[in-house]
Design a protein around this ligand. Structure first.
Ligand SMILES: *[C@@H]1O[C@H](CO)[C@@H](O)[C@H](O)[C@H]1NC(C)=O
Ligand SMILES: *[C@@H]1O[C@H](CO)[C@@H](O)[C@H](O)[C@H]1NC(C)=O
Ligand SMILES: *[C@@H]1O[C@H](CO)[C@@H](O)[C@H](O)[C@H]1NC(C)=O
Length: 374
């Protein structure tokens, strides 16, 4: 009997902590948590500082959701927990904007570019263990996966992530939107596993950043914001905690929605900032990414273990899916996946096919890091 049928998987996306200040009233609502955010008028949020969004009409709800085919349902039990209480909501018409503990915006902008530039060109200090679709396969309207959550030990100036990349366009003008979990002390000021977005419209030359560091991503959820910590997370050999994010193109508006879970819309990347996605994206990649500190030491990826024994011994992705032009979620076909690992002494990725129940395509990835090359 497969492992997944015999354990209970917990789905968890809990709020670790917030403190809410209503800008208008100046009241500081102290909650028992540690993060801070400001409730901001939804029409005045950072995205709208982008000149491309001058005439953008905000979209509060998607026109429709991608359809699951019945055989795509998860076959294992799971529990969802969303502990953020209603009292933590921003008032109507407002969205929570996370306060950065890192005050140096110049620095935040530069690490964004450094880290997540064009994945198909090599970048100093960056290492990848992932699977991607065939290059330039037209007609990708979104992507979804189940992602195992871990908290690798990451030191200052290192980064360790598990990501979904959706990309398209020529390399010099590469449009890329990314979502996943990240441990990134330089970005967040701590080493929690946090929900992290990225976008660029030109292969990270002039545009592009994490989260809301540069104007682009539009938040619409009054409870959840980019940068939110995942808690609890999986422990090696113990309970498995997963998240199942989804990115897809709204068939009517053309905006690219980010759902943190099946029913949890966070916001979207407006179509105006992604010219090469006007029809569709062309490339999806799923997997792990690390950045070394300047001294050349790379952090652990995933849970720090190589993928060898079985899927759940290291960090995994399951149920890899893309969205097709009919707005249906479809399983990735096994033979359309290609592996990319740049230093097998440090990290690896292993494809398990769909032998773990009805999880569709699955793989696990990771490794201990170390001196992996710059
Ligand atoms: C901000 O970061 C940049 C780049 O790392 C650095 O050159 C600059 O000195 C920093 N500024 C402050 C005020 O710390
Ligand atoms: C992560 O942060 C906590 C709290 O600041 C600290 O105790 C711990 O040592 C840090 N872990 C690593 C790997 O840096
Ligand atoms: C890959 O990692 C190993 C193990 O740390 C290291 O010895 C080797 O130099 C790295 N390869 C490259 C091409 O940097």
């Amino acid at each position: 009997m497969s492992y997944f049928l015999s354990v209970v998987l917990f789905l968890s996306f809990s709020y670790y902590g917030v403190e809410c200040r209503h800008k208008d009233s100046g009241q500081l609502q102290k909650l028992k948590h540690t993060d801070e955010y400001d409730c901001m008028d939804i029409y005045k949020q950072p995205a709208f500082d982008n000149v491309l969004l001058k005439n953008h009409k905000i979209q509060m709800d998607p026109s429709s959701l991608p359809k699951f085919k019945s055989n795509n349902k998860l076959s294992f039990d799971r529990h969802s927990s969303f502990p953020l209480q209603a009292k933590d909501n921003c008032p109507e018409g407002m969205v929570p904007i996370q306060r950065s503990r890192m005050n140096n915006l110049t620095d935040l902008k530069s690490i964004s570019k450094l880290h997540l530039g064009n994945i198909r060109t090599s970048t100093s200090g960056r290492h990848v263990a992932a699977f991607h679709t065939k290059l330039n396969k037209p007609g990708i309207y979104g992507a979804r996966a189940v992602i195992d959550l871990y908290n690798p030990a990451v030191k200052m100036d290192q980064v360790s992530m598990a990501l979904i990349w959706v990309e398209g366009g020529p390399p010099a003008e590469l449009n890329s939107i990314q979502y996943g979990w990240a441990v990134n002390p330089r970005l967040y000021g701590d080493n929690l596993t946090r929900a992290t977005t990225y976008w660029t419209a030109d292969g990270s030359q002039k545009t592009g950043c994490y989260n809301l560091i540069c104007p682009g991503f539009v938040q619409v959820n009054p409870k959840y914001h980019v940068g939110i910590p995942y808690e609890p997370i999986s422990s090696t050999g113990g309970k498995i905690y997963i998240t199942q994010p989804m990115i897809y193109k709204d068939p009517e508006s053309g905006n690219w929605w980010l759902f943190l879970d099946t029913d949890l819309k966070l916001g979207y990347w407006p179509k105006e900032i992604l010219p090469h996605f006007s029809k569709a994206a062309m490339f999806v990649q799923y997997g792990g990414l690390t950045y070394s500190s300047p001294n050349g030491l790379s952090p652990p990826m995933g849970n720090g273990r190589f993928p060898t024994r079985n899927i759940h011994d290291s960090c995994f992705f399951a149920q890899l899916q893309t969205v097709n032009k009919f707005n249906n979620l479809v399983d990735i076909e096994q033979d359309s996946l290609q592996k990319v690992v740049d230093n097998i002494s440090c990290y690896d990725a292993k494809h398990w096919g769909n032998r773990y129940g009805r999880l569709a395509q699955t793989f696990s990835f990771g490794g201990p890091g170390g001196i992996c090359g710059l």
